[in-house]
Design a binder for this molecule. Sequence first.
Ligand SMILES: Nc1ncnc2c1ncn2[C@@H]1O[C@H](COP(=O)(O)OP(=O)(O)O)[C@@H](O)[C@H]1O
Ligand SMILES: [Mg+2]
Length: 323
Amino acid sequence: MALLEVKNLSVAIRQKQGLITVVDNLSFHVDENETLGIVGESGCGKSLTALSIMGLLQGSQVRITEGTVCFDGVDLLILGPAERRAIMGDQMAMIFQEPMTSLNPVYRVGDQIVEVLLQHLKLSRAAAKQRTLELLDLVRIPNPILQINSYPHQMSGGQRQRIMIAMALACSPRILIADEPTTALDVTVQKEVLDLMGELQRHTGTAIVLISHDLGVIAQTCDRVAVMYRGKIVETAATKALFADIRHPYTKGLLNSLPLVDGDVEWLDTIPGQVPGIETVLPGCAFQPRCAFADERCSYEKPNDIRVAGGHWARCHYAGQST
Ligand SMILES: Nc1ncnc2c1ncn2[C@@H]1O[C@H](COP(=O)(O)OP(=O)(O)O)[C@@H](O)[C@H]1O
Ligand SMILES: [Mg+2]
């Protein structure tokens, strides 16, 4: 049994035109000890998927319309907030793109981690402080004894993200959902934080769902990849298998949009056009208007998932043909 199993998850947004589906019948799983990467351009529904899993969807205009989210065999979507917190409050953790939105600016970072520990684990204050020092050391904050007293604004972006990772790991969660955790950081710090997450995972065995718009980040870090386009997974495979034999034109486009050389500014061709607005109704394949390989059929017939090999699927009429 997978640790996390998302089945037929749909999320809709209430707009003037009515309910618009932005996460569309999404299914995927994450195994214990595994890193799954979810990649796709901005607006394709990655964050709404993460928030749905965590039970953090907010606002009256957005809601889950269908599906199940099973963690260790329990469907989280049928639990109330209190029941949910009791069952898996410390088993699932999430980190966000901008740590400043999750850290409280008026409390010292050390105290914020201590609070998390006190809330979730039955520790004395002294033990929680000791554990906080260990956690800061674990995420390689230099001089923890000094830094435990810092306020968030006194730290760099990279350090704040390390603090968020320390907080997320404080209760040894079984799964960590990281939504664009390094997007706000510059390339060198980004690599350090990703390496740290990988190292911590080898150490703790925590499963990770890493969400990014950057296929390069995903390729470096993940065991398996799910490529998302307009609320749907359009291709999924083990990372190695995917890069050896990409079948969906969108995945190819993402790959070709990566910088040629690490950090270099030279870019290969990018995918033409933009993701069509959520209100645009497309009768055929959602990628068809931007696809160099599309033909007549793609404009009127929605593609199904086509099995390429064991564990490798692509949602394209022509995924059966290697290109
Ligand atoms: N709370 C919300 N209310 C209305 N629309 C939203 C809300 N959150 C996200 N959206 C819309 O849903 C779509 C998917 O958003 P999101 O999941 O944030 O994408 P991603 O994380 O892949 O960039 C986008 O078109 C976005 O504008
Ligand atoms: Mg997002």
